[in-house]
Design a protein around this ligand. Structure first.
Ligand SMILES: NC(=O)c1ccc[n+]([C@@H]2O[C@H](COP(=O)([O-])OP(=O)(O)OC[C@H]3O[C@@H](n4cnc5c(N)ncnc54)[C@H](O)[C@@H]3O)[C@@H](O)[C@H]2O)c1
Length: 248
């Protein structure tokens, strides 16, 4: 029980990878703050955590809105008195060919994936510095932070930005013993990815040396390690959890 009585905020945790991260922390007896765009969806995740004896609250928050982000961190502290781990998971990956990409589409992806990571990290770091006992910030990036993908220029730019942000923030926060790292998932089976037709799925699997698509648990396992005190001397790193996709 490495996380008993530690408070963990996971953004975008009503579904997909974020939900699995929230559930795993719940099983470790952490205080989990489940946060997403829909309060109703958050409550479903909270109920699952409570059903196996974990502790969790739900907070509606759009990570691209600084007022809502402030309220999210405020609610976490009000309920559990501190914040120990922030997982910046909320993200979107809508396809748009570059030549047809509108400024609105570009801005939305950057606002959620990159600015959202900045806003949540800023609020959480403020609180962690005040507490004076360090902390962990973990950003969910993507293999798209280092590889190019067609029709995802905005997404690749946002995740490349997350990787660079991770390194810069790690430098600034090291003096406060706040570790800042990122995890770069390869293709993972989530609601966001949807039901892939067999041909597309085969193409994805062929691009992964390990020979399978990832599960949300593959990512959550890495997050729990980076959030634990076993990773205290690791900071500013991007851990690709991708079945070898980025080493080809
Ligand atoms: N699934 C993959 O193959 C994959 C691969 C690489 C990286 N990722 C990254 O992992 C993270 C989670 O992806 P997923 O596949 O679980 O997605 P998902 O769509 O299944 O779930 C994402 C959750 O984030 C929420 N969200 C969206 N916009 C938000 C906002 N503005 N504020 C707060 N919450 C918001 C959604 O409501 C949803 O519940 C994302 O950052 C994504 O870029 C996913």
């Amino acid at each position: 029980m490495l996380f008993e009585n530690k408070t963990i905020v996971v953004t975008g945790s009503a579904k997909g990878i974020g939900k699995e991260i929230a559930l795993q922390f719940g099983k470790e007896k952490a205080n989990v703050v489940v946060s997403d765009l829909s309060k109703e969806d958050c409550i479903k995740t909270v109920k699952e955590i409570l059903s196996f004896g974990g502790k969790a609250i739900s907070v509606k928050c759009d990570v691209s809105d600084k007022i809502q982000v402030k309220a999210l961190i405020g609610s976490a502290v009000k309920e559990f008195n501190s914040i120990d781990v922030l997982v910046n998971n909320a993200g979107i990956y809508p396809f748009a060919s570059f030549q047809e990409m509108t400024e609105k589409q570009w801005d939305k992806v950057i606002d959620i994936n990159l600015k959202g990571t900045f806003l949540c990290s800023r609020e959480a770091a403020k609180q962690m510095i005040k507490q004076g006992k360090g902390g962990k910030i973990i950003n969910i990036s993507s293999v798209a932070g280092i590889l190019g993908f067609c029709s995802l220029a905005h997404y690749c730019a946002s995740k490349g930005g997350v990787n660079a942000f991770t390194r810069a923030l790690a430098l600034e926060l090291a003096q406060f013993k706040i570790n800042v790292n990122a995890v770069g998932p390869g293709p993972i089976k989530t609601p966001g990815i949807g039901n892939l037709d067999e041909k597309i799925l085969k193409g994805i699997i062929d691009s992964v040396p390990w020979g399978r698509i990832g599960e949300p648990a593959d990512i959550a396992n890495a997050i729990l390690f980076l959030a634990s005190d076993k990773a205290d001397f690791i900071t500013g790193q991007v851990l690709e959890v991708d079945g070898g996709m980025t080493i080809k």
